[in-house]
Design a protein around this ligand. Structure first.
Ligand code: SF4
Length: 484
């Protein structure tokens, strides 16, 4: 992927994409605002969610061990994956051991992050996405552009074309006379997927939460496709980021209120599936939990950046973000787009390469993302923190040198005065645009006019005149005199 400004350029020029995004994000965020506004205790819930996540992250090692113990006691098997390669190897080995070459998938950000589908394909295993939006993305050989609605950049007419052209290659074809009516599209997907659910013996999922004291995995979804995957197959493999833990069911209860309202704007989640290990005669008889680190320990080590691990992937920050609304998700070059992607991706992958280093700048710092975040992640604070990291890296020597020079000038009264006088003297020669790469800054901003006289020199003159007049009198005059 190119750096964000380059990737965003083509996206912002696509008027159809901008129309699709504007319509979809505004609909979801209006719905969210409505249901959040109904609750008098929303800010208390938000504070509770933040506190639970922070406490869990502080004692993450202990909770992970507790989770492993509980899952094992319930008949599941826990695997630890340090990175994407290890996780893919574990999952591929587990699927191979079943003798199957097809798997159905529940929508999962963690498996997208590690590019599991691609790893399985290399091993001759086909992964079938079953979430409606993920199905659209898979059929069209596309990339997801939103955490919750991966095909948010597509409209109904485009989806009808994708179904008509591509469904047959993946299983049951779409009806010949398929219209772009939402019910008809949903029915085509239902018929296509139903056959797949009934004959596939292995499922792969993520989890929204993992309850440490009972070893319970929790998946929230809106369509019921996930539940089919979680109950019908014989083997279930869940790939879960280590930050998904909540200590108890009482803690989970807080998030079951926060997440539906923040994500889909619903008061209650339509399908909440929970399972603990295996239950004889009921659901998958083999359960594997793959606990994924893949950079999360490094994020946890960063005192400012670690708050990103509180994220419950609700997408509220995407839907409110003016940059996301115009640039779309693909410009972020990661499965995590929008404001959360701008702080999570550079932390998970590091900022050594240009695309990742550009992400902390993909924001106006307006703070809307922080306002809507149900777990109060101060995204602007982390963005500024990451900008500092990028600016102090070797790749940004020029910016570092400029800031060093500015610090030196601003650090001394006489130096600052000399520079101000010199600048005022040549103000008529000041350019309207910055030269070289800095021109990008002034393409969209005006350079402020340089005043003929600095404030300090004006103050010296005016203050002296005031003293000569006997002062402005009263307390104010006394204070100003004292300050001088
Ligand atoms: S950062 Fe906050 S608002 Fe954004 S997806 Fe995560 S939890 Fe939701």
């Amino acid at each position: 992927m190119p750096p964000f400004p380059e990737a965003a350029k083509s996206a912002t020029g696509d008027s159809q994409l901008r129309h699709n995004l504007r319509k979809a994000t505004r609909t979801i965020r209006d719905k969210r605002a409505g249901v959040v506004g109904e609750l008098d205790d929303w800010s208390d819930l938000r504070a509770a969610g933040k506190a639970i996540k922070d406490r869990t992250l502080r004692h993450l090692d202990g909770y992970l061990e507790q989770l492993e113990e509980a899952v094992t006691a319930a008949g599941g098997r826990v695997h630890w994956a340090a990175d994407a390669g290890e996780a893919n190897e574990i999952v591929t080995g587990l699927v191979r051991a079943t003798g199957e070459s097809d798997v159905v998938k529940v929508k999962s950000m963690a498996t997208q992050e590690i590019e599991l589908n691609e790893a399985l394909a290399q091993a001759g295993i086909t992964a079938y996405e079953t979430d409606l939006a993920e199905l659209i993305v898979q059929l069209s050989d596309d990339l997801p552009s939103h955490i919750l609605v991966p095909a948010i950049h597509r409209n109904r007419a485009e989806i009808r074309e994708i179904f008509r052209d591509r469904m047959a290659a993946w299983g049951v074809p779409a009806p010949e006379a398929l219209s772009d009516d939402p019910r008809a599209l949903a029915e085509a997907a239902r018929v296509h997927l139903r056959e797949r659910f009934l004959r596939t013996k292995v499922a792969i999922s993520g989890a929204n939460f993992a309850v440490a004291d009972t070893g319970t995995m929790v998946v929230l979804e809106s369509e019921g496709n996930g539940r089919m995957c979680l109950t019908l197959p014989e083997t279930l493999i869940s790939v879960v980021g280590i930050e998904k833990i909540v200590p108890t069911w009482s803690d989970l209860e807080v998030f079951l209120q926060l997440l539906p309202r923040s994500s889909t704007g619903e008061r209650m989640n339509p399908y909440t599936s929970t399972w603990s290990g295996v239950t004889p005669g009921d659901g998958p008889q083999e359960f594997h939990l793959v606990l994924l680190d893949n950079g999360r320990s490094d994020v946890l080590a960063d005192e400012v950046g670690r708050q990103a691990l509180r994220c419950i992937r609700c997408s509220a920050c995407l839907n409110i973000c003016p940059v996301y609304e115009r640039a779309g998700g693909h410009a972020y070059g990661s499965v995590y787009p929008g404001p959360i992607g701008a702080i999570l991706t550079p932390q998970l992958r590091g900022t050594a390469s240009e695309p990742e280093a550009s992400l902390p700048y993909a924001s106006s710092l307006c703070g809307a993302c922080y306002e809507v975040c149900p777990v109060a992640i101060d995204i602007p604070e982390v963005l500024v923190h990451l900008r500092e990291e990028v600016a102090s890296s070797a790749g940004h020597r020029a910016e570092k040198a400029a800031m060093g020079a500015a610090g030196w000038v601003l650090g001394g009264e006489r130096r600052l005065g000399a520079v101000q006088r010199a600048t005022s003297a040549v103000r008529s020669l000041a350019p309207r645009r910055m030269p070289g790469p800095a021109a990008a800054w002034t393409d969209t901003r005006d350079i402020p006019d340089i005043p003929a006289e600095s404030f300090r020199s004006w103050w010296r003159r005016e203050g002296a005149a005031e003293d000569a007049d006997g002062g402005a009198g009263g307390e104010r005059g006394g204070q100003e005199g004292g300050r001088r």
